[in-house]
Design a protein around this ligand. Structure first.
Ligand SMILES: *Cc1c(COP(=O)(O)O)cnc(C)c1O
Length: 236
């Protein structure tokens, strides 16, 4: 019999706790985001019943639909995929955190989306959206994110937007590199960002197969999908 959702979730939680112990870190400093992309809203509901409150999605339309369907649940939605600038306003309506801020035009679009076209704050107060800037650890521009050399400049653009709060840096480990080596480069980039924006201390790294390495290199936000949800249905 295959493991149930509850069993997979608790196995991953134990794995995270063990990796934190091995790294001499407090597990309470780690936020686990369960990535529910391609899965139906019912799976998110089941996760909620198991105590999950942070969920991640990488496609805007799918995320928007699920967040609407589950609006009565007290969930924090993390957007982790490539986002078109013309979807920035819609994404701000459900996402509490955008992990994938990867270019100046998206910073501007997300920043402006807190305001009406007349420049008034939406709902009369400037709501602040938490963001990570995404690093590309490969030479392939299709992978999304900025090169490490450009990360401080992008971080400064985010920090300059009154409606955006920079949490830190995010990355996906390349397939052809030891994850811990790649995550050490993320930590170095994070330290450079913190020299100009000291509050941007968070690091979003670590997926199903590499979260232990990510925790060793300072990850604070883990984005874990298949190890918890099981295999993703084929995308429609
Ligand atoms: C899908 C996805 C994840 C989760 O991947 P798993 O290998 O299923 O854990 C994490 N981060 C991003 C950006 C993703 O697109």
């Amino acid at each position: 019999m295959s493991a149930s959702l509850a069993e997979r979730l608790s196995l991953v939680q134990e794995g995270i706790a063990e990796a934190a112990r091995n790294a001499g870190r407090d597990v309470n400093d780690l936020t686990t985001i369960v990535v529910t992309k391609f899965h139906p809203a019912q799976l998110v509901r089941d996760l909620y019943d198991l105590g999950v409150r942070n969920v991640g999605e990488n496609r805007h339309q799918e995320a928007e639909a699920k967040a609407a369907e589950l609006s009565e649940l007290d969930l924090t939605w993390h957007f982790i995929g490539q986002l078109q600038s013309n979807k920035a306003r819609a994404a701000r309506k459900y996402a509490s955190v955008v992990h994938s801020v990867d270019r100046p035009s998206l910073v501007t679009a997300l920043g402006n989306a807190a305001f009406t076209p007349e420049g008034e704050p939406e709902n009369n107060i400037v709501e602040v959206l938490d963001c990570f800037v995404q690093l590309n650890l490969t030479q392939d521009p299709a992978r999304g994110g900025v090169q490490p050399a450009d990360v401080v400049e992008l971080a400064e653009l985010v920090a300059a937007q009154p409606s955006l709060n920079l949490l830190g840096v995010m990355a996906v480990a390349p397939l052809d590199e030891e994850p811990r080596v790649a995550f050490a480069r993320v930590r170095a980039a994070s330290e450079r960002v913190q020299t100009v924006i000291p509050s941007a201390t968070y690091i979003s790294t670590g997926m199903s197969h590499d979260y232990a390495a990510a925790i060793s290199e300072g990850a604070t936000h883990l984005r874990i999908g298949s190890a918890i949800t099981g295999n993703r249905p084929v995308s429609g």
